[in-house]
Design a protein around this ligand. Structure first.
Ligand SMILES: *Cc1c(COP(=O)(O)O)cnc(C)c1O
Ligand code: SF4
Length: 344
């Protein structure tokens, strides 16, 4: 696509900036994104084979937060397919969390006491190259409108479940009507006291945070919690900041989880800045995840000793409430595994 066509496309986007429009306009090819960022063809060559295994997808607003001409931009690194993805590494496998085996009903992942994941959507607005669900069989677990009956029955029949977590994919890709009926249906189950939404949409397409969405969530008869996923302070554009503030203003508890990613956020200064900037938008840090060893993501890995030292440094510089819990997810355990952080 020519530069002219890209500029034309962005202008159209600005005029009718609904979230659906932003989703449709997302970059879906390495060459388009590289042209937009003024990056040279060398990158495209290395990127293309990996893009064939899982397509590039980057909303334009997220791309606009990247530095032009910088192949090492921390946002670009999260989304640009890399030749390294195609290398095999011992221990990096398709389903490191064994979620496929923890699914007692279609669309449900039940690993922890009192909380279930409901795989409500099969797609994301952005394709994060390190994603532990990149190999997840969504087609198998996706709940169509007519199919949540079985999943809801599972929740209804287990009185120990007090929190339902809408996950995916990204549950905020569901349209308002579908989402509203799903949420309200969940809330008819007497033992469900909290509804949590795990989403990256407020970060990558902030237009998704509409007044109608907030009204629906705030009006639910149970407490609503939103956990967003932001890895770097550069992701917090003005539009993202506004969207996040509006979530907390609506009375919804807002938390953030990040993944520790080599070449993206493995410096204490970067993580400190992220916590500070998030808090200015009303977001509290929740988890900092060690990378799950999913096939194709080994080049993002950092070891737990280095991670622990990073969080120790954060603890020295920040109030306790701005230090995320450093965790790793391990198949077979009853909760996420905290990683010890020693302050000296
Ligand atoms: C992370 C996760 C949860 C939620 O765990 P919290 O510690 O409550 O955030 C629930 N179910 C699964 C399968 C998870 O991976
Ligand atoms: S938004 Fe979340 S689930 Fe979707 S690709 Fe990124 S990390 Fe994976």
């Amino acid at each position: 696509m020519s530069k002219g066509a890209i500029i034309q496309r962005s202008m159209t986007g600005a005029q009718t900036a609904t979230w659906q429009h932003e989703l449709k306009q997302a970059f879906r090819s390495v060459s388009e994104l590289c042209e937009f960022l003024a990056l040279d063809n060398e990158i495209i060559k290395h990127s293309c084979a990996a893009a064939n295994t899982w397509q590039l997808r980057v909303p334009q607003g997220f791309a606009a937060c990247m530095e032009k001409g910088n192949p090492d931009d921390p946002l670009l690194r999260q989304v640009l397919p890399q030749a390294q993805e195609l290398q095999q590494h011992t221990g990096f496998i398709a389903d490191p969390l064994q979620e496929q085996q923890q699914s007692p009903a279609k669309g449900i992942v039940h690993k922890y006491y009192g909380r279930v994941l409901l795989i409500a959507a099969s797609e994301c607005a952005v394709h994060c190259r390190y994603c532990f669900r990149r190999e997840f069989d969504y087609a198998e677990h996706r709940l169509g409108r007519a199919q949540w009956r079985e999943a809801l029955d599972y929740i209804r029949n287990d009185g120990s479940i007090s929190e339902v977590i809408l996950s995916g994919g990204d549950p905020l890709l569901l349209d308002d009507e579908y989402l509203s009926s799903l949420c309200n249906e969940i809330c008819t189950i007497a033992h469900v006291r909290r509804l949590r939404i795990h989403t990256r949409l407020p970060i990558v397409i902030p237009q998704r945070v509409t007044a109608e969405l907030l009204k629906m969530l705030a009006g639910l008869p149970v407490q609503a919690i939103m956990v967003v996923h932001c890895n770097h302070a550069n992701e917090l554009s003005d539009a993202v900041q506004q969207a996040l503030k509006s979530v907390t203003q609506a009375g919804i508890t807002l938390l953030n989880q990040s993944v520790l990613l080599a070449g993206v956020n493995t410096q204490a200064g970067s993580l400190v800045e992220l916590s500070l900037r998030l808090f200015e938008c009303g977001v509290l840090p929740y988890y900092l995840h060690l990378l799950d060893p999913v096939q194709g993501a080994a080049h993002f890995a950092s070891d737990s000793q280095a991670a622990s030292e990073l969080v120790a440094e954060m603890s020295r510089q920040l109030p306790g409430y701005l230090v995320p819990k450093l965790v790793r997810e391990q198949a077979g355990l009853g909760a996420k595994q905290p990683i010890a952080v020693a302050i000296d």
